[in-house]
Design a protein around this ligand. Structure first.
Ligand SMILES: NC(=O)c1ccc[n+]([C@@H]2O[C@H](COP(=O)([O-])OP(=O)(O)OC[C@H]3O[C@@H](n4cnc5c(N)ncnc54)[C@H](O)[C@@H]3O)[C@@H](O)[C@H]2O)c1
Length: 438
């Protein structure tokens, strides 16, 4: 099917990427972009920077880089802003996070030191293990939202940006469920004036972003934009949103392996996953209420990929356990263990052990970059509301009401690339390929 494509405004001028939280992921992102700009590193792990896209028939030999195919902001045109509850600049925060080597950070120290976080909207009730002093004061939550909107407008003017996007890379908040205050924009705005406890800081940032016409991506598992009130606002303001929880480490491995088991009709008895992690994220997740938020997001993937209702003989009642243990010596260099009990022909049992010695922020930083660039593209292409084509990047992808989320990484990638083809009026690729045999 030949598509007609959509009008996409050019990526003119500067793009401001506003990071909520200037911790391990954010500083690794900012330092990485600076290093790439200086030509001392490669943007490994970033689909927007290194990925290609096949166009037309296999015999056409057309596979441009994605960044040459769709008009993405150039990394030289990106400028970063941030909020954090600690006032240390991005250089100090990167040294504390301990992800990147001091030698690399020294080469971008000037650029990092110039990024100083704006005072945050924060309440300890929502992240029990943290206590900072770079925090906004306001009579109620609406006043705090207004202060954020002023920050956004001031940042845009001071840095001469033509466009902005916001990415939540701050700590995981306690588990919240959608309730009455989230049910409509009207109820939510009243809740802001009343400082309703159902409104978490992440929702105040998201509200400020959407009200300012700024796209919002949620890199953590908090509820945040996953509520009717903010969906209504995104729709009204014609702003794209996506979430939630960057798909890195163990869940990435799950969404690579599980589709393979299902494709081969191999059964699953159980999947036990445990992690040891020693960074601040690990410390926050050591609190049961923050862990619950993470657990919900991590547990959802296998059920959806394996479809026990469609394949009861293979997947009904499998056991799925996820643990995260805070273990300071490991810092950001997490270890994720998986024990997978599968069965094959005639029910014969087998085991797979995966021991992923990964680096959390090294895996997450390129996702945050891609999300910022793709959300900006979506905005210029007039795409509003939930951007399901970006589910490739998330553990718990947001979808339209009543739709189950697609977790299979390969289906997600196909959806992403077909969306880009659709935007540009290129033929969608179905992999049918019968024409080669006519
Ligand atoms: N690294 C990964 O692989 C990965 C994967 C999925 C999700 N995440 C999520 O991304 C988030 C960031 O991870 P990280 O490793 O950078 O954590 P981090 O603890 O190093 O950084 C988070 C920062 O957010 C700040 N913060 C907390 N609440 C804030 C608020 N209300 N406003 C502004 N700043 C606030 C903290 O002070 C801290 O500096 C976490 O929620 C984590 O669960 C990370």
């Amino acid at each position: 099917m030949i598509e007609s494509g959509v009008d996409i405004a050019p990526a003119e001028g500067k793009l401001g990427i506003l990071l909520v939280g200037l911790g391990a992921v954010s500083t690794t992102l900012v330092a990485g972009v600076e290093a790439v700009r200086l030509g001392i590193s490669q943007p490994v792990g970033s689909l927007t920077q290194m990925g290609t896209i096949r166009l037309g028939k296999r015999t056409d030999n057309r596979s441009p880089l994605i960044k040459d195919f769709v008009p993405l902001a150039n990394l030289d045109d990106v400028v970063f802003g941030a909020w954090d509850i600690f006032s240390e600049n991005a250089y100090e925060a990167a040294l504390n996070a301990g992800v990147l080597e001091k030698e690399l950070l020294a080469q971008v120290s000037e650029q990092l030191a110039s990024l100083k976080p704006m005072p945050a909207v924060f309440e300890q009730n929502y992240v029990k293990r943290l206590n900072g002093n770079n925090i906004k004061q306001g009579a109620n939550k609406m006043e705090l939202a207004e202060q954020l909107m002023r920050d956004i407008a001031d940042f845009k003017a001071a840095n001469g940006c033509s466009r902005l996007v916001m990415v939540w890379a701050a700590s995981t908040e306690i588990f919240l469920e959608s309730s009455d205050v989230h049910s409509s924009l009207e109820a939510f705005e009243k809740g802001l004036y009343d400082s309703d406890p159902g409104i978490a800081p992440s929702m105040i940032y998201a509200y400020a972003a959407l009200k300012s016409g700024v796209p919002f991506a949620n890199g953590a598992p908090n509820l945040t934009v996953d509520i009717p009130a903010l969906l209504e606002l995104a729709d009204k303001m014609r702003v794209p949103i996506c979430g939630k929880d960057f798909k890195t480490g163990q869940t990435l491995m799950k969404t690579i392996l599980a589709p393979g088991f299902k494709a081969r009709m191999l059964g699953l008895e159980g999947w036990y996953s445990t992690n040891i992690l020693g960074n601040r994220d690990g410390e926050v997740l050591d609190d049961p209420e923050s862990f619950k938020t993470k657990e919900e997001s991590k547990l959802s993937v296998l059920e959806h990929i394996l479809q026990p209702d469609v394949y009861p003989d293979l997947y009904e009642g499998f056991s799925h356990v996820v643990r995260i243990n805070y273990y300071p010596p490991r810092g950001d260099n997490k270890e994720g263990w998986d024990n997978i009990d599968i069965f094959g022909w005639l029910g014969y049992k087998m085991q797979i052990k995966v021991d992923f010695l990964c680096r959390d922020s090294i895996l997450a930083a390129p996702l945050a970059l891609d999300l910022a660039l793709f959300l900006d593209l979506a905005q210029r292409a007039g795409m509003k509301g939930i951007q399901e084509w970006l589910s490739f990047y998330f553990k718990a992808p947001q979808t339209a009401e009543g739709l189950y989320a697609e977790h299979d990484l390969f289906i997600q990638l196909m959806k992403l690339k077909n969306t880009l083809r659709h935007m540009k009026g290129e033929e969608l690729i179905t992999h049918l390929g019968l024409e080669y045999y006519d």
